[in-house]
Design a binder for this molecule. Structure first.
Ligand SMILES: [Zn+2]
Length: 299
């Protein structure tokens, strides 16, 4: 088992394939109370960890499959998450609903099968629901919950102020940029959450899917690049809407995915959800008008 000590009693556990989806990175805190943040490292690693360490608390950053898939390995631990993401963690059916696929379609069936068969995702216990500012006193370390909605309604980061360290979860600093393709995702909240994180003072940032970032300036630069992806997407969209366009015309432009991976139908669906969220935001800001099914920029 590869425990990488990054601060006193705090260990980074890289997920399978360097934490790339469908896996994710975890953090292990070896204090009087032993904590694991997220269980998406992959079943082999999770089984090893459960054998080697007596985990008291499993903290879940949010209710997506790649962060909760191995909850069931930690039977003796209390499973904790933000109250808004608890329903999706307790029920695979609820998580499927959040993906917003048209009910009764092949796509909906395929995502349910994917979650249950490929991920082996099961309904999970949730023993404690927390909110923003909740503090876990682990003995010598205090761990704070920072509610950062946008990616999901209950998405949270976890900070250890004494070590100037933060677990950013799916504010993941990837080159893809922010992902807001679920029904409970929100672009405005995502922007505010990134800005809030930038206002805090950290020297070490752990992303769920990328290597560790060190240094306040570097962390803030990466957060800026990441945040700007949202505005770059929006600019392309506004330019394309110089003539009136329908959703059906916008989605194939793949402003967000650039190229749809397989299975294409699913990623086109995510593109559509994300574009719709941008359009709602632009209409609200009076930058775009909607007439019947057609969107046009007002410039
Ligand atoms: Zn996620």
């Amino acid at each position: 088992m590869n425990y990488i000590e990054i601060a006193n009693k705090i260990f980074f556990i890289p997920g399978e394939k360097d934490g790339r989806y469908p896996a994710s990175n975890s953090l292990f805190i070896d204090d009087e109370i032993k904590v694991l943040i997220d269980t998406g490292m992959g079943p082999k690693l999770a089984a090893e960890l459960a054998k080697e360490k007596k985990i008291d608390l499993v903290l879940i950053s949010h209710g997506h499959e790649d962060h909760i898939a191995c909850n069931y390995f930690f039977e003796a631990a209390k499973i904790c998450c933000h109250k808004l993401d608890a329903p999706a963690i307790r029920s695979v059916e609820k998580l499927t609903e959040l993906y917003g696929l048209p009910p009764g379609t092949e796509l909906e069936k395929s995502i349910d099968l994917y979650l249950r068969d490929f991920f082996g995702l099961k309904d999970s216990r949730v023993d404690l629901e927390f909110g923003n500012g909740y503090v876990f006193d682990l003995g010598s370390i205090k761990l704070n919950v920072v509610h950062t909605p946008g990616h999901s309604a209950g998405h949270c980061c976890f900070s250890v102020p004494s070590e100037r360290l933060i677990f950013l979860a799916d504010i993941d600093l990837s080159t893809f940029g922010p992902w807001y393709g679920c029904m409970d995702s929100d672009v405005d909240q995502f922007i505010t959450s990134i800005e809030n994180i930038k206002g805090l003072d950290f020297e070490v940032a752990i992303s769920s899917h990328k290597p560790i970032t060190y240094g306040r300036e570097t962390i803030n630069e990466k957060l800026d690049v990441y945040l700007n992806k949202i505005f770059e997407r929006e600019k392309k969209l506004i330019d394309f809407l110089s003539e009136g366009r329908t959703i059906q015309e916008i989605v194939p432009q793949a402003f967000i995915y650039k190229k749809f991976p397989e299975p294409k139908g699913i990623y086109e669906h995510f593109e559509k959800i994300m574009i719709e969220k941008h359009l709602e935001r632009l209409v609200r800001k009076n930058l775009v008008t909607r007439t019947n099914g057609s969107f046009k920029s007002l410039r």
